[in-house]
Design a protein around this ligand. Structure first.
Ligand code: UDP
Length: 480
């Protein structure tokens, strides 16, 4: 028996980044790797909960290493350790300063534990220098897919948006297969050279330094986006291992419902509600962990849901929290009474994977975050894409134009947290397109097939299973 491979996993403190990395920890542990997840006190609670819902004995290979989050040092309120509590724009720079201050304790932890490899979120660019200093290989986790990462890099490097005369004039993304066009309005503010946001420098450094990593671990599977996986490796010229969909490592009801945060609804109650519905009859509406729509936008969504006449589960996170009194500002009068039995509103956190995997769910209105998109694909559910920020407008392109498993709701503008504005009629129309008629049937067939491919990819000898094997073998051969 050789020495056990030991990997440090360092997830960025936001749900959409922590959730897949905790799944990654479980997957690596199941292959006999010793995993140390490095995080901060409050985030460790959610991570520990998700690890311990697993019945697999291999989770004993997972350890938590807790670094104090320097909230006081940077002037953040106590308890503000996660991206989802960084709401006011003025808090962003402070949060970034706090992340940078983690470098010294991280180095001390490395010195003490001497792992063979580090997997760190792309949003910790300083880990590259630290890893080089200690002679440890560092793998990146981007939290997105090959398609969107390539698109983002080609746009960043070649700046094709400088050759259009308006924010709405389309330009082609250079080097990206498939003639994908885009507009300036859909670009993240941190990419554009002509505007500067409070996080521009931070995100630019992260993207620029990424090419010096040993490689990247992708939450995707080869069959989903083969052309783009090849493009990443051959055109961008970087190493990558695709090991997803990571969410599929959760098999049991408890595991699926305790990912990231405690659900605001009892999972059995939720399943009972879904069990009472016909196959493909329910639309699931959720915009991830960061988006917080205005009351006016929520009202339009309510109107759209009522007008389309479908049963629905709608997850609501509002600008001013989950205060019930606030409901009056955004719920159309009598909405909940009229929708009784037809619609379920979840105020807070939903057991998303459990819902998407249920046969009653026939459509997913999503902000197109990569985790949600891939979970929708794994569940075989066609999507209404409603990108808000991040790289979500690229993910929308993959879903609607390349894979053709969804339709866009019609948003045109990248707006962090709050999103572009869509009227109720637009919501109704898009939901009907993914739930009714021939076009919907074709999308459903395609996404179902992809869902089956996803399941095969993570089984023994599947493409993701084998790529994880290849990664572990390479690390063992070279670095133990
Ligand atoms: N999620 C969940 N319940 C919710 C909202 C989100 O379980 O009510 C999970 C979802 O399944 C996904 C993650 O949170 O795994 C969100 O990641 P994504 O990349 O889709 O979006 P982000 O939150 O990063 O914008």
């Amino acid at each position: 028996m050789g020495t056990q491979l030991h990997m440090f996993l360092f997830p960025f403190m936001a749900r959409g980044h922590m959730i897949p990395m905790v799944d990654m920890a479980k997957l690596l542990a199941a292959r006999g790797v010793k995993v140390t997840v490095v995080t901060t006190p409050l985030n460790s609670i959610a991570i520990s909960n998700s690890i311990h819902t697993s019945k697999s004995l291999s989770v004993s290979n997972i350890h938590l290493l807790i670094l104090k989050f320097p909230t006081a040092e940077v002037g953040l309120p106590e308890g503000c350790e996660n991206g989802d509590s960084v709401i006011a724009p003025a808090m962003f720079p402070k949060f970034i300063s706090a992340l940078n201050l983690l470098q010294t304790p991280f180095e001390e932890a490395l010195m003490e534990h001497r792992p063979h490899c580090i997997v760190a979120d792309i949003l910790f660019p300083w880990v590259n220098d630290v890893a080089a200093k200690f002679g440890i290989p560092k793998l990146s986790f981007h939290g997105t897919c090959f398609f969107s990462f390539c698109a983002m890099e080609f746009v960043r490097i070649h700046q094709p948006y400088n050759h259009v005369s308006s924010d709405t004039e389309p330009f082609l993304i250079p080097h990206l297969p498939g003639e994908i066009s885009f507009t300036k309005l859909k670009l993240p503010d941190f990419i554009r050279e002509d505007i500067k946001s409070d996080v521009t420098d931070f995100l630019k450094t992260a993207l620029e330094s990424d090419s010096t990593s040993y490689g990247a671990i992708m939450n995707s599977f080869y069959e989903l986006e083969a052309e783009y996986a090849d493009c990443y490796r051959n055109v961008l010229g970087r190493k990558a291992w695709h090991i997803g969909p990571l969410s599929l490592c959760n098999q049991e009801i408890e595991e699926k419902s305790q990912r990231g945060k405690e659900s605001a609804i009892d999972e059995h109650e939720c399943l009972k509600w879904l069990d009472s519905k016909k196959p493909n009859s329910v639309v699931y509406v959720c915009f991830g962990s960061m988006t917080k729509f205005s009351s006016d936008q929520l009202k339009e969504i309510a109107n759209g849901l009522e007008a389309c006449g479908k049963d629905f589960i709608w997850v609501v996170r509002k600008v001013n929290g989950e205060d019930k009194e606030e409901d009056k500002k955004w719920l159309p009068e009598g909405f909940e009474q009229r929708m009784e039995g037809k619609g379920l509103i979840i105020r807070g956190w939903a057991p998303q994977v459990l819902i998407l995997d249920h046969p009653a769910v026939g459509g997913f209105v999503t902000h197109s975050g990569w985790n949600s998109t891939l979970e929708g694909i794994a569940g075989g559910v066609p999507m209404v894409t409603w990108p808000v920020a991040g790289e979500q407008f690229y993910n929308e392109k993959l879903v609607t134009e390349v894979l053709r498993i969804g339709v866009g709701v019609g948003v045109e503008k990248w707006v962090r947290i709050l999103g572009d504005f869509i009227k109720g009629e637009g919501v109704e129309k898009a939901i009907r397109r993914v739930m009714e008629g021939e076009e919907a049937e074709e999308m459903r067939n395609r996404v179902r097939e992809l869902g089956e491919m996803a399941r095969r990819a993570v089984l023994e000898n599947g493409s993701s299973y084998s790529d994880l094997d290849a990664l572990i073998t390479e690390l063992k051969l070279k670095f133990i």
